[in-house]
Design a protein around this ligand. Structure first.
Ligand SMILES: NC(=O)c1ccc[n+]([C@@H]2O[C@H](COP(=O)([O-])OP(=O)(O)OC[C@H]3O[C@@H](n4cnc5c(N)ncnc54)[C@H](OP(=O)(O)O)[C@@H]3O)[C@@H](O)[C@H]2O)c1
Length: 274
């Protein structure tokens, strides 16, 4: 079996590559910058841009399964994949598809539709908040031992990127998840204040959480963050302050072992915060 991994340099994709190799599956990894990307020796690296299907010529040759990052011209990418003999696609979608918002989740909804219309066997992965988002706290934790954000009591279910990757590999390599929409979360609900404390425990340092107002936080965002994204995040955090997110059992149901905790994630990323 051979799998083409798109988004292979990303937080999740790089672990999909590793987990497939560990399962004895041949891996072809796609990146827009093959000259700088670093992969294990056994990985076949191909250049390709999902926005420019003409760059994907030959990428699907001899490929059975596709791990698809939701970017670019999904429908024509899938058409090419099918023509070349690919039979299965696993899409990294997002929990935001379920929010029913016109902007948030729209690109993932469109990608899911294209996947379902492709005639390939499919599985959608719909993770909630990635624990890797907390790497945005790394600079102030390293420099000042502090996290500054609004809605410290927002109660979230951060998921470890390796769990998403392992679920993707299960969907690619077994027949059990064909036609399924897998909503994925971490195993616990923790407020931001608790998350900061968990990272502190992993690095042996007390981390303070300083509550900002939403206005202060927005004023300090980099210019490239669109206003609607900031407002959406604030609304999600405000919502999860009133009604905590729910931790789902999907990862454990699929993998037959508990999902990784945030403490484990923090231990795996301790060097990022030191
Ligand atoms: N962060 C969250 O909390 C969260 C929650 C739910 C869902 N999601 C979704 O998960 C995805 C992010 O996953 P991630 O964190 O693993 O990725 P990431 O670390 O943001 O990396 C993006 C990857 O996509 C590749 N890529 C981007 N545009 C491409 C294109 N046009 N053609 C080919 N490759 C392209 C990049 O590859 P090269 O640069 O090497 O070409 C890179 O490997 C997004 O769709 C996001 O909406 C995120």
């Amino acid at each position: 079996m051979r799998v083409l991994v798109t988004g292979a340099t990303g937080n999740v994709g790089r672990h999909v590559v590793d987990e497939l190799l560990a399962a004895g599956v041949a891996v072809r990894a796609m990146t827009r910058r093959p000259e700088t990307a670093r992969f294990a020796e056994d990985v076949e690296v191909v250049g390709g841009d999902l926005d420019a299907p003409e760059t994907l010529e030959g990428a699907f040759e001899g490929v059975d399964g596709l791990y698809l990052f939701a970017a670019g011209k999904t429908a024509s990418v899938l058409e090419q994949a099918k023509r070349a003999g690919v039979t299965r696609v696993v899409l990294l979608s997002s929990a935001s598809v379920g929010f029913g918002d016109e902007q948030v989740g729209e690109s993932h909804r469109v990608a899911e539709e294209a996947v379902e219309d492709s005639g390939l066997e499919w599985t959608h992965l719909r993770p909630g908040m990635f624990a890797t988002n907390l790497l945005e706290w790394a600079a102030t934790i390293r420099e000042e031992g502090v996290v500054r954000e609004p809605y410290g009591l927002s109660a979230q279910t951060a998921i470890h990127e390796v769990d998403i990757a392992e679920v993707a590999v299960a969907a690619l390599t077994t027949d059990r998840h064909v036609g399924q929409v897998l909503a994925l979360t971490g195993p616990q609900v923790q407020t931001k204040v608790e998350q900061a404390r968990t990272i502190g425990a992993a690095i042996g340092r007390e981390i303070r959480f300083e509550e900002m107002t939403p206005e202060q936080w927005k004023a300090e965002l980099p210019e490239e963050v669109p206003g609607w994204v900031a407002d959406w995040l604030l609304a999600v955090w405000a919502g999860a302050t009133e009604i905590p997110e729910t931790a789902l059992s999907t990862v454990e149901d699929v993998l037959g072992k508990p999902a990784r905790t945030l403490a484990q994630w923090a231990a795996d990323h301790a060097e990022d915060f030191r």
